[in-house]
Write a new protein. Sequence first.
Lengths: 570, 611
Amino acid sequence: MRPLPVADPGTPELRSAWRFIGWLMARQRASVLLGILWGCGWMIAQALVPAAIGAAVDALAAKNTSAFTLDCMAVLGLGAATAVTGVLRHRRVVANFLDAAYRIIQLISAHAARLGNTLARLLSTGEVISVGTADVEAVGGAIDMTGRGSGAIAALVVVAVILLSRSVPLGLVVLIGGPVMTALVGALLRPLHRRQQAYRGLQGQLASRAADIVAGLRVLRGIGGEAAFSARYRDQSQDLRHTGVHVARTESFLFSAEILLPGMFVTAATWIAAHYALHRAITPGQLVTFYAYTSFLALPLATLTEAADKLVRGHVGADRVIAILRLRPDITDPASPAREPGPGAALHDPVSGMTAAAGEFIGLAAADPGEAAELADRIGRYLPGTDPAGAVLGGVPVADLPVATVRSRILVAANDAHLFAGRLDEQLAGARPATERTTLAALSAASAHDVVEAVPGGLGGHLAARGRTLSGGQAQRLRLARALLAEPEVLVLVEPTSAVDAHTEARIASGLREARRNRTTVVVSNSPLLLDLADRVLFLRDGRVDAEGTHAELLSASPAYASAVTRGEP
Amino acid sequence: MTAPNEILPVATGAQVRAHVWQVLGTRWRELAAVVALYASATIAGLVPPSLLGGIVTDVQQGTTAGRIDLLAAGIAAALVVQAVLIRFGALAGAKLGEALLATFREDFIGGVLALPLSVVERAGSGDLLTRSSRDVSTLSVTARRGVPAMLTALLAVSLTLGAIALDSPLLVLPCLVVVPPVWGAARWYLRRATAGYLRENASWGVLTDSLAETVDGARTVEALRLGPARRDRTDADIAACWAAERYTLRLRTFFLPAAEASYILPLAGVLAFGGFAYLRGWCTLGQVTAGALYARALVAPMDELIMWLDYLQIGAASLARLLGLAQVPPDRQAGSARPADDRLRVTDVSHSYIPGHDVLRRISLAAEPGERIAIVGPSGAGKSTLGRLLAGITGPDRGEVAVGGVPLIELPLGDLRSQIALVTQEHHIFAGTLRDNLTLGMPDASDQAVLAALAAVDALGWAEELGLSSQVGSGGAALSAPQAQQVALARLILADPHTLVLDEATSLLDPRSARRLEQSLSAVLEGRTVLAIAHRLHTAHDADRVIVMEDGQISESGPHRELIAADGPYAALWRSWHGEARSGRPRQAGQPGEAVHDAVDKASSSAGSGG
């Protein structure tokens, strides 16, 4: 068995759903071809059985015992061949299915990481998860179907050849009737396709609703409203149920047609064949062969119908997958990137007039914290578009630098940053390898030693997703330690101590100062404890730097500042 | 690496079967109709081979064209009957399946909504997400396709065997020969399969979980350049999933050929045995023909049976996970006693998460109606745990938290919420209208009441601009963190409990709007009991009474001014927060943090000796 996942899922073909499915198959061409080969062998072995039975009946009619024994052996041999090729096919197509499914998940996961903030704005997590599960399965199902689908076609050919060799007119009936029926079944599929799409849409919405309930469960259990949510879910669930019955109504006609069309077709053929047999144009055994294909033909034809269905589903799924993979980030690299400034670059924001010299520790207080947060986003280049008035690093507008360069040099540590599940030390280290010494130093600076103790197993223990087992203050200190451990050239901390008590905040303030010695740091906060430790405090009002100086200087010089940071208390 | 999540419980096979029977029992009429339709359709489908056997015998012995036409017309008629019955059977089956499916998923969500909170936190949302998406979807395929297919196949196999017996009882023998080996193989397989498929499903759960995290934390991934790390994580999860898939594939590699052999052996047996009998003159060629055709007709339903048996295992595993929620023991046992008054009393409460590590130690506390109490103290002092106990979300290990003399944990949830509500830092905006989000606990609230609540939390401006009927939450308009916080507070005002537990509810707001919010709140909360857990001391300043918690115990208690005058740990904290210790401190370039550090250390050591 091949090793999965592949190291590199490759660059997908996103021009259309079919091209995407084709691309997925081309990644594992040999294996898909083998799946088709085994599928054909499996179906052909089964397709030869009716002929063997017919021969056995003729041998019996002629009382030819040795020929009869041989025919019985042939039936057994074909059975063995079916069993062997069947399992080979199955192993092959399961691997092909998973290869495709895993590849898509790799692509979506990598793309989600690339899209960053853009994705959260455009799609809910539930929708992405629905694509990552149900649609991935649909696309994989379409690829899985190639083995049996091709086998079905091969079987139809074999049957046609056998019937033609017995009788040309009867063979022609099959050759013409078969495709006609497939086309008829295909015509029945079209309205089904539409309804299935509606069903899929509702199913996705229902999954999103469930995901929303799960995500907000703590809030719901606190304040109530379970009944309303349960009722809303029930309504949507019942809608889905009725749509499901609607789909089934169309489907039930399809099932019926799958029996009736091939059945009538071969009944007609058998009727004609019986007349041939009556006139001794064919033997009774051949008549049995003709008839046996009645029920047998239902198999390849049903398989073809299933293949059409799976392809339709796969197409719908692939459409939804490529819709996600086609999303482009709001923030893109400039067409012609500027030369990267050397290390030790000063940071300047023309819009607000903020400047931070290289290695400076700046406190940024604001009358309206929304403006401070926007400033942080501007410095970190998180605002969409190529704003000509964006921040400037070492004389170069950050908008003129590749996004990756900006991300590697400037870290905006937001307060709602996600803590990922995994080994605590690995999650703290993030993108860079960290030694235990540097990790402990960062934890110490963030006053987060006790947090490590709160995680069973300590640094080697498991951190739950979103730090759910931790308090708000503990999670915040872990985020801070992680940002410090990343050691970016420019670190912008947004309200890094909003959820910790005054005692801890004082420890963090001094630790932070020490950890960021000689490295550019902007702390967005209105906390007097943090601001008092900054080299320089800038006070932002109406989007501009309104006053600057030390915390003590500003307290006496700017009443607005004093009011913002002490909240006008006596 | 797999996450050592404490996975939520999974129902046992016996529980799943009992539940399915019980649910089917409530719909036995529909089930009987489906079975009857499918059975009739199958019988109609068994007519043609018999008629063809007749044709073969007739042709061999000489007959008329008219008789052949008649027999062919009979075959056609049987087909039409079969097709019509299939159509109605499939529809009736789908109606039943959709109804059952809706029941299962609605019951599941009902179970999710009834889960004890501590359990949800331990299991992580990924497991629940997988259950609600992948397992519901798997069950959907099982119910919509698998069960009808199994039913059809079972009927076909048994009725076909019956037809063979009618044709020639002798020919049933070779069909029964295969039963022991197939039964053995199926037993071997099914014994291992369930565990294998459960592991497979769990591995997909972990995979989905990571994907959800990558999406949820997309900005963090971008900021910290975690893309490669997330990729490694996905790859590791895929590798684990592939290992689980390979195991079940190996099981099928042994089982499927055995199953496949079971189709062909009856045919070869009937043919050889029948041929022998014909040559001895025990039966007609038509009987052998019909018998062989019936034996062949066993192949398709047997195949279907085996294929869906496999899938049914997966479906049963999903159902076991969905029904598993019912195994979570309830965290509260409602009694019949009702509170005599609105007095909240904590008596000698101790609580721990890990045995032997008490987070709270012998806390006692009483809140008078209308009193405003601030609970302060360093992180890890147990404030949030106390808040959860005060709000009746968790019951204490020892001691009692009661309102009007009734332990909170014995109040029905609806009653509890009309008494006490907890608002935390965690806020979630649900997908839906802004109104829906506000009236969570009070679905019948009038627009007037909703607007008044918004006005009270100073959110009327943006809310009216947005409109109460605007879609918010995922897929709708995004609200900022302060706006979400305001929504959370407005929800509380609408729910109108007499006691509120605020767990650092305003901490994510900037100090100025927190101030504004608290001012609006204090007007709205007039006459209500408020227990506010705060690390920002201004909340304490405004309270009637301040409770200082340290290391799981109450170290100080009293009004702000008294505590300041007492010059204990609270006074030290208050001074350090206000920066009074540093006023006039000369700025030293080298050691900027030292002076503060000293001040705080002193405060903490005095707190230690005083507590």
